[in-house]
Design a protein around this ligand. Structure first.
Ligand code: BGC
Length: 764
C-alpha cells in the first residue's frame, strides 16, 4: 500500500517552467508555491533538481546554498542529478502555518551555448517536499513569472543581475498575481541523486593589487582560477556596473597580439564565451555574488564610474570547485622554488577544472569534459584529492555519452564540441576507472562500468581501432614533433596527410594493447561476471594487436619505421607497452631528448607517459632534468613567464613575443600537470602496491640532488603516509612514515634489497 502511494506521488511530480515567454533579454524565471501545514512538522526533506542551474528557497532563505551551480553538468538527454536537503529548520512548523517555496531558474548546462545543438529550450524545476504524511510536489498548482533580479545567466554567457528588481521570495504576496506554471516535458531521462562532484566555494582570495589605467579600474587576485567575484558596493540606484574577468594582462607591446593598452585585462582568448557580467545597483550598501555562472580569471576590470554614484567597498575572488577542502589528500614541497610554483599551478589547475565534470579549461567557450585531458591528469588528481565520488559521477556521464557502436567520445558529457574518441581520449573509459581502483581500491567503479568498457574494447577490436581518412585526428595533441597536431598541420589542402593518419592509428593500436592489459588486471574485480570476456580473450586481442603494430610500424630488426625518425612519443609508446627492440628504442629516446637540448617535444599524450617510461628505462635523472628545464618546451618555461596555473601551450604567453594563437590559448589547462602524479609516485615514491589502495603499498623514491629536498604527505583511508628526503652535500637522508594498520615494501633509494616495514617512522 505504502509503495503504491509513493509511486503515485512520484508520477504526480512534474518538471515545471514559467509560462510567460522570454521578455527581451529576460530569460531567467522564478517559480513558487505557498502551502499550509496539515499537521505539525517534525521532519521535512526537499528533493530538488533543475533543467538549468537553479537556486531554491524556503520562506525566502536559500536552501543548499553550500552547493553552488546545482544540478551540475550531465548528459543533456539522459541524466539529471537531484539534491535532498533537510529543510526542517527552514519551515514554520505549526499545524496550519503557511510556508513558501521558490526557485530561480537559469540556463546552466541545459540551454546555454555550452550544450550546443539539441540544447533544452526552457529551464525547469522539479521538487518533492515531504513533511511526514504531507507532500508538496512541483505541479500545476505552482506559479511562475519572469521576475526577480536575475535577468539572464548561462555558463558561457555570464550573469546579468538587476538589484532593483529584487523580490521577497519568502512572502506569499510576491506571487499573488503570478500565472500558473506549465509542465515541461523536454527531459525524459533518469533522475538520480548526485553522489559525488558537488560544486562548492573555496576560501576567497583578496586582491593583491589594483590600479587605474585607460579609463579602467583593474584588480589582481594573484591567482588564476575558476570562480566568481564577490562585491561589496555602496551606490546610488540604477548604476550599471559592467565588468569583465580575464586571465592575463595586456603587456602593451606592439606585435604582442594583445587586445588593449598595457595593464588592461586580455579577453581575446575567451573566444565565443561572452562571459559577460552586468550588475545594476540598488540604493545603499549591497553585496553581490553571481550564483548562476562561473568564470576563469585572475583579473577583474571595469570602466571607472563616478565616485559620487558608485564605490566598490570591497571585492574578493571566490574559487568554485568540486574539490572541497575535505577531499584533499596530498601535499608536495621541494627545495626548488620554481618547481614548487609548478606544483601549485597544477594544484590550482585541478581546483579550477574539477568542476562538476573534469574540464579542459574554465574560461573560453568550451569548459567541457575532454576525455584525453581527463585521462592524462587522473593520476595526479588521485594524489591531490579523493576522486572516487567525482569519477563515479563522471563515468556515468561518459557511459551516457558512449556511441551506439561502443566507442567512447572525446568529450563527456556531450557538449558544444567533440566527437568520436581516439587514442588517449576514448581510452579514458578504461584508464580512469583503472586509476581510481588502483589508487583507492574502489572496486565499485570497475564493476559499474565493466559492461560499457567491454563494449568499448569490442568496438576497438571490430575496427582494429583504426581511424578513417576524412576524420579529425588529435594524435599527440599540441606536440612539437615532426608529425604534429600543433599548428593544425594535419591538414594539407584540406585533407588529412597519410603521415598523420598512420601516426594516429599507431597511437590507437598502442592504446589498445594497454587497454587490454588494464582490462586483464581489473578482471579479478568482476570475477563473478565472467560471461563478460575472460583473460584469454584480452590476451589474444593484445597479441593480435602487437603483431599488427610490428608489421605496420616496425622494421624486421625491431626499430621503428622511418616515418617516426627523431620522434619521442612513438618511442615512448613502444617502450610503454614493451614492443620492438626496446634496448635500442630506449637508447634512441634518450639520445633524441639529449640532442634536443634536454628538452621534451611531446604533446598531451606523450607528456603524460614520458616520465613513467623514462623511469622504466632507468633514466630518472633525465626526468628531473626535464622538470628543472627552464627552456621551451618545458614546465618551468611557463612558470618563468608568470603562470599561476598550467597553460594549454608552454608558450601561451611569452615575455618576448606576447600572446600565442588566440584561436586556442587557455591559461588554465591542466593536461601537462600530469607531471605532478609522477613526482608523488616516483619522486616521493608513494605508490599503491600489488593490492590496490594503500593497505599494503610501495615506497620507492628517486631523489635528485638538484632539488635539494622533497617532502610529500598523502592521506590514505588508513592514515597519513609521509616521504621526505633531503641532501646535505652528496648525502641524502630519507625519512618515511607508514600509518597504523598498513605495511610498505620499501625500496631504499641508495640501492639494496627491498624490505617490508610496518607502521612507524624511519630514517635511512
Ligand atoms: C581542448 C583540448 C582538447 C582538444 C582536443 C581543445 O579545444 O581544449 O584540451 O583535448 O581540443 O581536440
Amino acid at each position: 500500500m505504502i509503495i503504491c502511494a509513493a509511486a503515485a506521488l512520484l508520477a504526480a511530480t512534474e518538471w515545471i517552467s514559467v509560462a510567460e515567454p522570454h521578455e527581451g533579454l529576460r530569460s531567467a524565471g522564478v517559480v513558487a508555491k505557498t502551502f499550509v501545514n496539515e499537521a505539525p512538522v517534525v521532519e521535512a526533506k526537499w528533493t530538488v533538481s533543475g533543467l538549468g542551474v537553479f537556486t531554491c528557497y524556503v520562506n525566502g532563505r536559500e536552501v543548499g546554498a553550500e552547493d553552488v551551480l546545482k544540478p551540475g553538468f550531465t548528459h543533456k538527454e539522459k541524466r539529471r542529478n537531484s539534491f535532498t536537503y533537510d529543510v526542517t529548520p527552514f519551515l514554520r512548523r505549526a499545524a496550519g502555518a503557511t510556508n513558501v517555496l521558490a526557485a530561480v531558474l537559469t540556463s546552466g548546462w541545459w540551454s546555454d551555448g555550452i550544450i550546443g545543438r539539441g540544447r533544452g529550450r526552457e529551464n525547469a524545476f522539479r521538487g518533492e517536499l515531504t513533511l511526514g504524511g504531507q507532500t508538496v510536489v512541483t505541479d500545476a498548482s505552482w506559479v511562475g513569472a519572469r521576475r526577480g533580479p536575475v535577468i539572464w545567466a548561462g555558463i558561457h554567457e555570464g550573469e546579468y543581475y538587476d538589484a532593483r528588481e529584487e523580490i521577497d521570495l519568502g512572502a506569499a504576496e510576491t506571487f499573488a498575481a503570478w500565472k500558473a506554471v506549465v509542465p515541461n516535458t523536454e527531459f525524459a531521462g533518469v533522475l538520480d541523486p548526485l553522489e559525488g562532484a558537488k560544486v562548492g566555494r573555496r576560501a576567497p582570495l583578496k586582491p593583491i593589487a589594483s590600479w587605474s589605467v585607460a579609463g579602467k579600474r583593474v584588480y589582481d587576485f594573484g591567482q588564476n582560477c575558476a570562480g566568481v567575484p564577490r562585491f561589496t558596493i555602496r551606490a546610488k540606484a540604477g548604476v550599471v556596473f559592467n565588468y569583465r574577468l580575464g586571465e592575463m594582462l595586456n603587456d602593451g607591446v606592439e606585435d604582442h597580439h594583445g587586445d588593449g593598452p598595457k595593464d588592461t585585462v586580455y579577453l581575446a582568448n575567451l573566444r565565443g564565451a561572452a562571459s559577460h557580467m552586468a550588475y545594476v545597483t540598488k540604493e545603499g550598501l549591497q553585496v553581490y555574488i553571481p550564483k548562476h555562472t562561473f568564470y576563469g580569471y585572475r583579473y577583474l576590470q571595469f570602466d571607472e564610474l563616478s565616485a559620487a554614484d558608485f564605490e566598490l567597498v570591497a571585492v574578493e575572488s571566490v574559487p568554485v570547485s568540486s574539490v572541497t577542502a575535505s577531499l584533499e589528500r596530498g601535499t608536495l614541497e621541494v627545495g626548488e622554488k620554481d618547481v614548487n610554483r609548478l606544483i601549485r599551478n597544477v594544484y590550482w589547475g585541478m581546483l579550477s577544472n574539477y568542476l562538476s565534470v573534469p574540464t579542459d579549461c574554465p574560461q573560453r567557450n568550451e569548459r567541457l569534459g575532454w576525455t584525453g585531458d581527463t585521462q592524462v591528469f587522473a593520476k595526479t588528481a588521485g594524489y591531490f584529492a579523493d576522486t572516487r565520488g567525482f569519477f563515479r559521477k563522471w563515468m556515468r556521464d561518459l557511459v551516457d555519452s558512449q556511441e551506439a557502436d561502443g566507442y567512447f567520445p572525446d568529450v563527456a558529457p556531450r557538449g558544444c564540441f567533440g566527437g568520436r574518441g581516439q587514442a588517449a581520449w576514448g581510452d579514458a573509459g578504461v584508464i580512469v576507472p583503472y586509476r581510481v581502483w588502483r589508487q583507492f581500491g574502489d572496486e565499485e567503479i570497475v564493476r559499474e562500468n565493466w559492461p560499457a568498457m567491454v563494449r568499448y574494447i569490442e568496438a576497438l577490436d571490430r575496427t582494429d581501432y583504426t581511424m578513417q581518412r576524412g576524420g579529425w585526428v588529435l594524435a599527440d595533441w599540441l606536440s612539437y614533433e615532426n608529425i604534429s597536431t600543433n599548428q593544425r598541420l594535419c591538414w594539407q589542402n584540406g585533407t588529412l596527410t597519410d603521415e598523420h593518419l598512420s601516426y594516429q592509428n599507431y597511437l590507437n593500436a598502442c592504446y589498445l594493447v594497454w587497454d587490454a592489459e588494464l582490462m586483464t588486471e581489473m578482471l579479478p574485480v568482476v570475477a563473478a561476471d565472467r560471461r563478460l570476456k575472460d583473460a584469454a580473450w584480452f590476451t589474444a586481442l593484445g597479441a593480435r594487436t602487437r603483431a599488427r603494430i610490428l608489421t605496420t610500424w616496425f622494421k624486421p630488426d625491431g626499430s621503428l619505421i622511418d616515418l617516426f625518425a627523431g620522434m619521442q612519443t612513438p618511442r615512448l609508446m613502444a617502450l610503454k607497452i614493451g614492443i620492438g627492440d626496446t634496448k635500442r628504442l630506449a637508447r634512441e629516446l634518450v639520445d633524441i631528448i639529449r640532442a634536443n637540448g634536454d628538452r621534451l617535444a611531446t604533446g598531451f599524450v606523450g607528456t603524460g607517459e614520458l616520465p613513467e617510461v623514462l623511469g622504466k628505462i632507468g633514466a630518472y635523472d633525465l626526468v628531473w632534468t626535464l622538470i628543472l628545464q627552464h627552456e621551451f618546451p618545458g614546465w618551468l618555461y611557463s612558470v618563468d613567464q608568470g603562470a599561476t596555473t598550467v597553460w594549454e601551450r608552454w608558450n601561451s604567453y611569452t615575455k618576448a613575443k606576447g600572446f600565442g594563437d588566440v584561436g586556442m590559448n587557455s591559461f588554465n589547462h591542466y593536461a601537462y600537470g600530469s607531471i605532478v602524479g609522477w613526482i608523488f609516485e616516483e619522486g616521493a615514491g608513494i605508490q599503491p602496491g600489488a593490492e590496490p589502495g594503500y593497505r599494503r603499498f610501495v615506497l620507492a623514491p628517486h631523489p635528485d640532488r638538484r632539488l635539494g629536498s622533497l617532502t610529500a604527505t598523502y592521506r590514505t583511508d588508513f592514515g597519513e603516509i609521509r616521504s621526505a628526503w633531503s641532501y646535505a652535500g652528496d648525502r641524502c637522508t630519507w625519512t618515511f612514515t607508514i600509518p597504523e594498520g598498513t605495511a610498505a615494501e620499501v625500496h631504499p633509494p641508495c640501492g639494496g634489497a627491498a624490505r617490508v616495514y610496518g607502521p612507524g617512522t624511519y630514517t635511512l
